[in-house]
Design a protein around this ligand. Structure first.
Ligand code: SF4
Ligand code: SF4
Length: 177
C-alpha cells in the first residue's frame, strides 16, 4: 500500500443566485496578478472571467482551470431557463479556439492560483453581493504526487508556444523570487 499524505484543498463556492455580473472579481484578480502587484487593471489578465447574458439575467463567474492542448472533440449544450448555451461559454480551459485565460503579453495560459499567500482570495474579498465563498480543508490522499508531471506540463507549453517563449517567461518569473 502506498503512503498517505495530507493536502490543503481550497474551494470557491459560487452562488449564481447572488451574482450580479459587476465584474469586481475580474478587476481585483487582474490587479493582484499585475507586475508589480496592483500596478494595472486588465481583465484579460484575470483568472476569473464573467460569462454575462444580460437579457436572460444569467451571470456566471468562470475560474481558469487547465491548459487544453487542442480543442476538445465533444461539445455539450447547457439549457438554463429554457435557453441553450454552448458548453464552451462556461469552460475553464485555455485552448486554441478562444482568447480566454491567456496572459495577454506572452500568450501563456493562466490558471487560478487561489491568490497564493493571501488569507482569502481577492475575488472573494471584493464580491459585495456575497456570490463567492471561500473554504479550505485538509484532505487525506493516498497517492504521492506523480513523477513527470512538471515535465509533461512543460512539454505541452513548449509544443504550443515554442521553447524560447517558455524560457523567457520562466526567466522573468525567476527574477521575482
Ligand atoms: S464580484 Fe461577485 S457579484 Fe460581481 S461579478 Fe464577480 S462573482 Fe459576480
Ligand atoms: S482566487 Fe485569486 S487567482 Fe483565483 S480567480 Fe480569484 S482572485 Fe483570481
Amino acid at each position: 500500500m502506498g503512503s498517505t499524505t495530507s493536502n490543503l484543498v481550497k474551494y470557491i463556492i459560487v452562488n449564481l443566485d447572488k451574482c450580479i455580473g459587476c465584474r469586481a472579481c475580474e478587476v481585483a484578480c487582474s490587479g493582484f496578478h499585475a507586475t508589480p502587484k496592483y500596478s494595472s487593471i486588465n481583465p484579460a489578465r484575470s483568472r476569473v472571467r464573467m460569462f454575462v447574458d444580460e437579457l436572460s439575467d444569467v451571470y456566471v463567474p468562470v475560474f481558469a482551470g487547465y491548459l487544453t492542448a487542442s480543442e476538445c472533440s465533444g461539445r455539450h449544450v447547457l439549457t438554463i431557463n429554457g435557453k441553450n448555451y454552448s458548453e464552451c461559454s462556461f469552460c475553464r480551459s485555455a485552448c486554441s479556439s478562444r482568447d480566454l485565460f491567456k496572459e495577454p503579453d506572452s500568450g501563456l495560459p493562466l490558471k487560478c492560483d487561489m491568490c497564493d499567500g493571501e488569507e482569502e482570495p481577492l475575488c472573494v474579498q471584493v464580491c459585495r453581493p456575497g456570490a463567492l465563498t471561500y473554504m479550505a480543508e485538509e484532505k487525506e490522499c493516498d497517492k504521492e504526487p506523480q513523477p513527470g508531471e512538471v515535465e509533461a506540463g512543460l512539454e505541452t507549453l513548449i509544443s504550443r508556444h515554442g521553447l524560447q517563449q517558455v524560457v523567457d517567461y520562466v526567466a522573468g518569473k525567476a527574477k521575482k523570487y
